[in-house]
Design a protein around this ligand. Structure first.
Ligand code: PAF
Length: 253
């Protein structure tokens, strides 16, 4: 695997013969890689000539500075996992590389980014859409892969990629779950043992025949701090806090 630090070096490499005539699959990540990320990489590898991953903990998408500080960073292990998946290239930009403009230029969506997580995390999707557009411009992939755990994120990125004619197909990938049903997430690493035991109850509650308001009450009674349980786009979505950790999940209705 070729690891490239910095966007200037990357752009030089991207226009080199190494990429000539090859299809490119891209998996953007914030690191702390788990089996969910690796399933995206496997698919990128299977469906394209070259697989590119990026690791960048994007400050612009964290509305809470403590969340950014606590976000797990496991670069050495991540590199080993990417190598085991035979990833061809890893892009590792710095905040200075990604925001030479100091985040003066940013991308917003005016409708679907205002509901669900967008209603509770001001500025979050602006940060996500801005960084993903920058990454898509850098990587110029044929396909980019996103997990459906962050379904709203996938939905907004797909709309943005089409609206701005990026030329990259946005591919949704099914949620990967632990054996007890908990959706895989880098944030799961931050759960205390008692919270980890309780966490799969979020998925169980989402699948219950109860209405969203009833599910929200049930989650609160179990010890979660529910933010929302809502249905749209043929899915049921929930976000809830367990201690300091914010969990999200969704199921098809
Ligand atoms: O889902 C994530 O890990 C991030 O939101 C993404 C898409 C890599 C953008 O920073």
């Amino acid at each position: 695997m070729v690891t490239v630090k910095g966007t200037a070096k990357w752009l030089k490499l991207r226009t080199s013969l190494l990429f000539a005539g090859k299809t490119v699959g891209f998996v953007p990540t914030m690191g702390a890689l788990h089996a969910g990320h690796l399933s995206l990489l496997r698919r990128a590898k299977r469906e394209n000539d070259l697989a590119v991953a990026s690791i960048f903990v994007n400050p612009a998408q964290f509305n809470d500075p403590r969340d950014l500080e606590r976000y797990p960073r496991t670069l050495a292990e991540d590199i080993k996992k990417l190598e085991a998946e035979r990833t061809d290239f890893l892009l590792l930009p710095s905040a200075g590389d990604m925001y030479p403009d100091g985040y003066r230029y940013r991308l917003s969506e005016t409708n679907d980014s205002k509901v669900l997580c967008g209603a509770h995390r001001p500025g979050h999707f602006e940060g996500v859409l801005t960084v993903v557009l920058k990454l898509l411009n850098l990587v110029r992939a044929d396909r980019a892969y996103f997990g459906e755990k962050d379904y709203q994120q996938y939905h907004l990125i797909k709309g943005m990629a089409e609206a701005f004619f990026t030329g990259t197909s946005i591919v949704p990938c099914p949620i990967m779950r632990e054996p007890d049903g908990l959706a895989m997430s880098s944030r799961n690493l931050l759960l205390e043992p008692g919270e980890r035991k309780l966490a799969p109850a979020l998925y169980k509650a989402l699948r219950s025949p109860a209405r969203p308001a009833g599910i929200k009450k049930r989650l609160a009674a179990l010890g979660f701090e529910p933010e929302y349980v809502e249905e749209r786009w043929g899915r049921r979505f929930a976000a809830a806090k367990l201690g300091k950790v914010r969990l999200i999940d969704n199921v098809q209705i």
